[in-house]
Design a protein around this ligand. Sequence first.
Ligand SMILES: Cc1cc2nc3c(=O)[nH]c(=O)nc-3n(C[C@H](O)[C@H](O)[C@H](O)COP(=O)(O)O)c2cc1C
Length: 299
Amino acid sequence: MNKKVLAIYFSQSGQLGEIIDHFTAPLIEAGVSVEKVRVNLKENYPFPWTANGFFSVMPNCVLDVPAELAPFELKERKYDLVILGYQAWFLSPSIPFNSLMHDAKLTGILNNTPVITITGARNMWLNAFVRVKKLIHATGAKIVGNVALVDTHPNPVSFVTIFHWMLHGKKDRYLNIFPPPGVQQTDIEHTNVFGQHVLNHLNENSWDTLQQQLDADGAVKLNYNLMVIESVAGKIFRFWAKMIAKKKNRLPWIKLFKYYLVIAFFVGAPIILTIDAIFFKLFSPRRISAKKQYYLNLN
Ligand SMILES: Cc1cc2nc3c(=O)[nH]c(=O)nc-3n(C[C@H](O)[C@H](O)[C@H](O)COP(=O)(O)O)c2cc1C
């Protein structure tokens, strides 16, 4: 019988859509029925963002506050595989993805279904992934594979270029000096290779070794320094989000958070990494490997 696959995602710029297209191409070529659904919020955030608009979504991202989705349809009531595309916003599942995971139309079909997660992030997706896993497990689905694409340029470079992209709407070279923002085109196209592995496992109806094969082809690369920054930043974002959520007039606090983030990024993060390198990195390999597992485990 013809296998049925659902690939469902939100994408603001279209980047995640392009990733999904390349990822699912081998399935489609092999005749698998792939239903691609791009969801939207009822009231989408404008793209490009204004700076205040961009930062104003932080509390609701971090505190998991869903928004209303525009209506969407699914053709089937059961799929052989569901591919869930998500993006990290402020180290959290994006509001559109979180909203999707609260929609009964999707959660109703996920029970007992193999799920593959795929993201196109700047470079900090680990905290978001931990929460994405919880949302998926709550539906009774089983995660069988994970692909995480990132901008592989140095952290300060991608920090600058993502703001150029988000605030101007163009995925082009800032000042003609910086590299293009976002996930590199070659990496987007390389997801084709991951899709081929998925096809083999879908045909065999066995998922046990999929992640091993995806990893061998570079589907997930964990950067130790970014993991350290993320685990500290996640807690600090939570503090800010809770504090701002209580304010009647959020805007001045959002602006303060914006300046805080720039200082934390360029001053705080190097200090955290230096402390970590002196006191932890060399002396606690077991703790580090447990932390990596915590972030990367599928179930
Ligand atoms: C509000 C907002 C916050 C973001 N925060 C993060 C983040 O914490 N970590 C990260 O790696 N990328 C972050 N990004 C980048 C997104 O994960 C994603 O790469 C980018 O928005 C393109 O996705 P798209 O396909 O929806 O256009 C953020 C983007 C937005 C719009």
